[in-house]
Design a protein around this ligand. Structure first.
Ligand code: BEZ
Length: 220
C-alpha cells in the first residue's frame, strides 16, 4: 500500500496486502466504539456493503446471520461496514427484524467519513464514489490480513464460500498443508511442494497419492 499526503494528513491509499498487518482503526459502530485491536486473539471477517435499506445487502445480512453460529464455532467474529450513519444502521437492523424476524447479531461500522473504507480500499470509483463495494477481509488472531474477496455491487456474496475459506485457512495453518481447488473439509489436502531433489524423491516413497513429485495429496 502506498502513502499519500493530503490536507487531512498522511494516509495510506490503495489495497491492503495479504500476509501484512491489517490496517488498525477505531470506528463508531452499532455496538459502540470498536478498534481492530479489540479482536486480537480471534479471527475477524471485516466486510463492507454498499448501503443500508438496499435489497441485495438485506439478503446478505440475513445470510451472514445464518452462518454466524458456524463462524462463532470456528472462533470468527463478523464486523460490517458502510458509508451510512449509525442511525441509518439502527433503523435498517430494526426494519430487518420487524419484516423478517432476523436479528443481526454483529456490529456495523458507520463509516461516514470513509476513513476505514479508504484504509482498506473498499471504494471502487468505477463502480461508485459514494458506496463501498462488497469486500470481505479475513484477519487472523495475530491481526494479519489473510484473504480478500471483492464482489461488485450487483452480486450478493456466497456464504458457503466464506465458510469454506475460513475452514481452508484454519486447516492449512494447523497442518502446514495447502488445499486444492474446490476443497471441502474432509477432502484430501496438498502436501507442500518439495524444495530439494532429496525431498522430491522421499515424497514419492512416502506413500502419498501423487500425480507426480510436485502434486501429492494426503488424508488429514
Ligand atoms: C443492493 O444491495 O441491492 C444494491 C446496492 C447498491 C447497488 C446495487 C444494488
Amino acid at each position: 500500500m502506498s502513502i499519500e499526503a493530503t490536507a487531512e494528513g498522511v494516509k495510506p491509499v490503495g489495497l491492503p496486502r495479504l500476509n501484512e498487518p491489517a490496517p488498525e482503526f477505531e470506528a463508531v459502530t452499532t455496538h459502540g466504539v470498536i478498534r481492530l485491536s479489540d479482536y486480537r486473539g480471534r479471527w475477524l471477517i471485516l466486510f463492507s456493503h454498499p448501503a443500508d435499506f438496499t435489497p441485495v445487502c438485506t439478503t446478505e445480512f440475513i445470510a451472514f446471520t445464518e452462518i454466524y453460529p458456524e463462524l462463532q464455532k470456528r472462533g470468527v467474529d463478523l464486523l460490517g461496514l458502510s458509508i451510512d450513519s449509525v442511525y441509518s444502521h439502527i433503523a435498517w437492523i430494526r426494519n430487518i427484524k420487524e419484516k423478517t424476524g432476523v436479528e443481526i447479531p454483529f456490529p456495523i461500522i458507520a463509516d461516514l467519513n470513509k476513513e476505514v473504507a479508504t484504509l482498506y480500499g473498499m471504494i471502487m470509483p468505477g463502480e461508485s464514489k459514494t458506496e463501498t463495494s462488497r469486500c470481505v477481509f479475513v484477519i487472523d488472531p495475530n491481526g494479519i490480513l489473510r484473504a480478500m474477496i471483492y464482489y461488485p455491487l450487483t452480486t450478493g456474496r456466497n456464504m458457503h464460500e466464506i465458510l469454506r475459506l475460513i475452514d481452508a485457512l484454519q486447516t492449512t495453518d494447523a497442518h502446514k498443508v495447502a488445499t486444492p481447488a474446490n476443497w471441502q473439509p474432509g477432502d484430501k489436502v496438498i502436501v507442500p511442494p518439495p524444495t530439494t531433489l532429496e525431498m522430491a524423491e522421499e515424497r514419492v516413497r512416502a506413500g502419498y497419492e501423487c500425480v507426480d513429485w510436485y502434486l501429492c495429496k494426503k488424508e488429514l
